[in-house]
Design a protein around this ligand. Structure first.
Ligand code: NI
Length: 170
């Protein structure tokens, strides 16, 4: 396992449509493990493969979705993710991105989503997410289509320092 470099704008891979994964061999397993290491080291709550310069449809998300702050965050690994349901209720929230340093923005997203995809072995999985977890999934799946949060943001602004991840509401 290894920490990979995170590419930042205007790197071309961030604007391309990523390819579907069709092979679940050692290369994919290493990619997923490296993405988890890279996300944790950043630190961030989500990462899409194009952000480590790999144009494949893979995302990793790690977030504590429960009310209980003592609980460890839950790790999600999703290959070929597709959001199959967006709630009509939307919510505004402040996002950042490891690939767009020192920029935050207010983005309206669906308050809940259903994500379908495959696990690391190619078996189907379905995740229902609400609130911040739903926001993270929408942000990460966007990356696979070359869409960045600034494209959807109503307002973006610059910050000092290194805070570049999606910022859970405080
Ligand atoms: Ni991002």
């Amino acid at each position: 396992m290894a920490i990979r470099d995170i590419v930042t704008v205007p790197e071309k891979v961030l604007r391309e449509k990523a390819r579907k994964v069709t092979s679940f061999g050692a290369e994919l397993q290493t990619l997923i493990d490296d993405m988890v290491d890279t996300m944790r080291a950043a630190p961030g709550v989500g990462l899409a493969a194009p952000q480590v310069n790999v144009p494949l449809r893979v995302i990793v998300v790690e977030f504590n979705d429960s009310e209980d702050e003592e609980k460890p965050p839950k790790l999600y690994l999703v290959v070929n993710p597709k959001i199959t349901r967006f709630s009509s209720e939307q919510e505004m929230g402040t996002e950042g991105c490891l690939s767009i340093p020192r920029i935050l923005g207010d983005v309206e997203r669906s308050e809940s989503v259903t994500v379908k995809g495959l696990n690391r072995h190619g078996q189907p999985q379905k995740i229902k997410a609400t609130g911040w977890l739903a926001r993270i999934f929408q942000h990460e799946v966007d990356h696979l289509d070359g869409v960045l949060f600034v494209d959807r943001a109503e307002k973006v602004w610059q910050i000092e320092g290194e805070t570049t991840q999606i910022a859970p509401a405080d």
